[in-house]
Design a protein around this ligand. Structure first.
Ligand code: PLP
Length: 394
């Protein structure tokens, strides 16, 4: 085993802070006993705060994919049309899941270099005079590309088209790292997962549910049992679950929520934005290209970097892992071997970012990838400027 701590700089799972690992380490208790209700209620109430909603949140012991499925099966019926947007690999997987469920996804094609375009969504909805489209599904932070979709603008686009479709948003890699407001932005179902901005291991997923989505669930005819919201919401009122919950993960979740409250969500979001900006500055100083082309859609969660022509991103990642014990994200499906991804999400600070960028710069050198040295210095200069950090005023 290499000495020192492994650098887990993939865009999720993110580094799990010791505080959360210690919380998970407490003894498992009776999930139907009197002591459990407090754990369950704290987790459910805390998550409404993280999502920015006054409506219900359900928590599943599953990876994020389960919460994708739950959002669809609870609100839709066989053959329903759903408008989805090809922001990248994860939007494509959600579309494939919808197909397998017997839905009819209409896919707006994208080039994987920006978030969703609200105008394209509005135009497509305006064509749908019969209101056959029952939901618009968008990935907030597309983890395969590092592009963020403008959710509030997409809500406005749906309203401008006068269309009644539900708005469903995947925040699996954005919640707890990027600004997100379920109620204020008029989202009907928000999907999320534990292993990224929430700083937990993989294993919990979430749906935040609007009143309109709850009403839709009463008419929805896709088959469901384990994922059924109505099955959950009754026991949840008192802090219990209809089956055995992931007790120790809920301890960890309550600790994560406490950490987010202590730092303050706006400070968490600002920290990620700074780290995203410093990473992009380093990438440009190396003479490499950021995959996201739209500056309004840049991500504070991760930065995907385009490899110079003729060089393998996977070979570079393998060298970086071997020489510096750091895992970087790989290029997925359409961009396999063409990009690598630097995760700067979750429990992360300036020095962790400097070390991460140093690992990338040394890996580029060791793998013989053409680049200009000095990206780390540029990031350090940027991170250190008081005007950028707001620290001078603090
Ligand atoms: N959606 C996004 C944006 C993701 O980043 C991921 C996983 O990385 C998923 C969905 C799938 O979630 P999971 O792998 O937890 O099932």
């Amino acid at each position: 085993m290499p000495s020192g701590r492994h650098f887990l700089q993939i865009p999720g799972p993110s580094n799990v802070p010791d505080r959360i690992l210690r919380a998970i380490d407490f003894p498992t208790i009776d999930h139907r006993g009197p002591g459990f209700a407090e754990v369950g209620r704290a987790a459910l109430d805390g998550m409404t705060w993280v999502f920015g909603t006054e409506g219900p949140v359900v928590i599943y012991p599953s990876s994020g994919t389960g919460a994708w499925e739950a959002a669809l099966v609870n609100t839709l019926s066989p053959g329903d049309a759903v408008l989805m947007y090809e922001t990248g690999h994860f939007a494509t997987l959600w579309k494939q899941l919808a197909e397998r469920l017997g839905l009819n996804p209409l896919f707006i094609e994208g080039d994987w270099r920006s978030g969703a375009d609200p105008d394209a969504i509005e135009a497509r909805l305006k064509e749908d005079k019969a209101h056959a489209i029952k939901a618009v599904c968008v990935v907030h932070n597309e983890t395969s590309t590092g592009s963020v979709s403008p959710i509030a603008a997409i809500r406005r686009a749906i309203d401008a088209a006068g269309h009644p479709a539900l708005l469903m948003v995947d925040t699996i890699s954005s919640l707890g790292s990027l600004d997100y407001r379920h109620d204020e932005w008029g989202v009907d179902v928000t999907v999320s997962g534990s292993q990224k901005g929430l700083m937990l291991p993989p294993g919990l997923s979430f749906n935040a549910i609007s009143a309109k989505a709850l009403a839709a669930s009463e008419q929805a005819r896709l088959p469901k049992s384990y994922w059924a919201w109505d099955h959950m919401l009754g026991p949840n009122e008192k802090g219990y679950f209809p089956y055995t919950p992931a007790t120790n993960m809920l301890y960890g979740l309550n600790e994560a929520i406490a950490m987010l409250r202590e730092e303050g969500l706006s400070n968490v979001f600002a920290r990620h934005a700074r780290h995203g900006a410093a990473t992009r500055a380093a990438v440009r100083a190396w003479g490499l290209e950021v995959l996201c082309r739209n500056p309004n859609h840049y991500s504070g969660v991760l930065t995907a970097v385009v490899m110079p022509e003729g060089h393998s991103a996977d070979a570079f990642r393998a060298v970086t892992l071997k020489n510096y014990d750091m895992s970087l994200g790989n290029g997925l499906s359409k961009v396999t071997d063409r990009v690598f991804r630097i995760g700067h999400l979750g429990d992360f600070n300036d020095l962790m970012l400097c070390a991460t960028l140093a690992g990338v710069e040394m890996g580029l050198r060791d793998a013989g990838v053409p680049h200009k040295a000095g990206g780390v210095q540029v990031a350090m200069n940027q991170l250190g400027r008081a005007s950028d950090t707001g620290r001078a005023a603090a």
